[in-house]
Ligand binder design. Structure first.
Ligand SMILES: [Zn+2]
Length: 303
């Protein structure tokens, strides 16, 4: 896995897990924001994939304007957005004045920047570029995106492989509906490309490290509480059974997040946590029934 902000990303995710409201999506940074900052190629992927999604959202909306885009961004969980046209430039700014307590020094919302560009490009029939100029994770109190039709310095233009997923259009529709403030489908939609075979190992590495860190560095959380937080972070229902010092965790996915890629990604965090916390190898079995995955994990013994 690329050494790229990794420790900061783990910190950010752990803050969510420990301090976040135990419901998914918890607080920023969301899973996708962390995953898309694990490497420079991931940043590029985020932008170009976000572009494709933004375009699709505009097409599906049937030519709705900027307000629709702002509604979509409301679902991203980074706060109500303001739109300020300024000559040839459009500025979109999140209105929440809540810089994150932890700072990475990086502009982290590449996916959202791409999404804004794609939407505006489809809407105006020009190629619009967007850069994030301020970010809650770089010391600013807000995120700000500047769009225009000039070339701006982007994470350079690698083409995103947009996954040919049947559910994508449906999810786009769902995530671009009325502002729901943090739509579940928004987050799953945003990570679709990394759930493919080629990219999943990089993100899975971050999830494994996250679980391990949670086990060793969070005295604030009891084990069962930590497991509950992990489950709610990924929006999975879970059961814990302890017997003779060994622990069995059963995860039941919801229909919307029951895809093999997401199962692989999320179970990595549990494996990391259980193996570190119980100093044991973890046995894993999974089964899919009626399109819903159930995963069972057991340690050999407890400590
Ligand atoms: Zn930002």
């Amino acid at each position: 896995m690329a050494e790229y902000l990794t420790k900061d990303l783990e910190d950010l995710l752990i803050e969510d897990l420990v301090l976040g409201i135990p419901s998914y999506p918890a607080t920023e940074p969301m899973l996708h924001t962390a995953i898309y900052n694990t490497s420079a190629p991931m940043k590029r992927l985020a932008y170009s994939y976000g572009f494709s999604v933004g375009k699709e959202i505009s097409v599906i909306s049937g030519g709705k304007g900027i307000l629709h885009l702002l509604n979509v961004l409301d679902n991203s969980g980074i706060g109500r957005k303001l739109y300020m046209p300024a000559g040839d430039v459009a500025i979109i700014k999140s209105s929440t004045k809540t810089g994150h307590r932890l700072q990475t020094g990086a502009m982290m919302h590449n996916y959202e920047a791409g999404l804004i560009s794609g939407y505006l490009s489809a809407y105006t029939s020009k190629t619009i570029n967007t850069i994030e100029t301020h970010c809650r994770y770089s010391g600013a109190e807000f995120c700000q995106f500047v769009s225009n039709d000039q070339d701006q310095e982007q994470p350079d233009g690698a083409q995103a492989a947009v996954p040919p997923m049947g559910k994508m259009v449906e999810m786009v529709r769902d995530s671009s509906g009325a502002p729901q403030g943090k739509a579940k489908s928004y987050f799953l939609l945003s990570i679709l490309p990394v759930l493919g075979k080629q990219l999943i190992s990089e993100s899975a590495g971050l999830m494994l490290a996250l679980g391990e860190r949670l086990a060793v560095s969070e005295p604030r959380l009891q084990r069962t509480e930590a497991l509950a937080r992990l489950a709610s972070f990924f929006d999975i229902s879970h059961q814990v059974r302890e017997k003779e010092g060994a622990i069995t965790v059963t995860l039941k996915y919801l229909p919307y997040n029951s895809t093999s890629g997401f199962v692989e990604l999320s179970t990595k965090a549990f494996i990391g946590f259980l193996s570190k916390s119980f100093k044991s190898s973890v046995r894993l079995s999974k089964a899919a029934r009626d399109n819903v995955y159930t995963v069972r994990m057991s340690t050999k013994s407890g400590v």
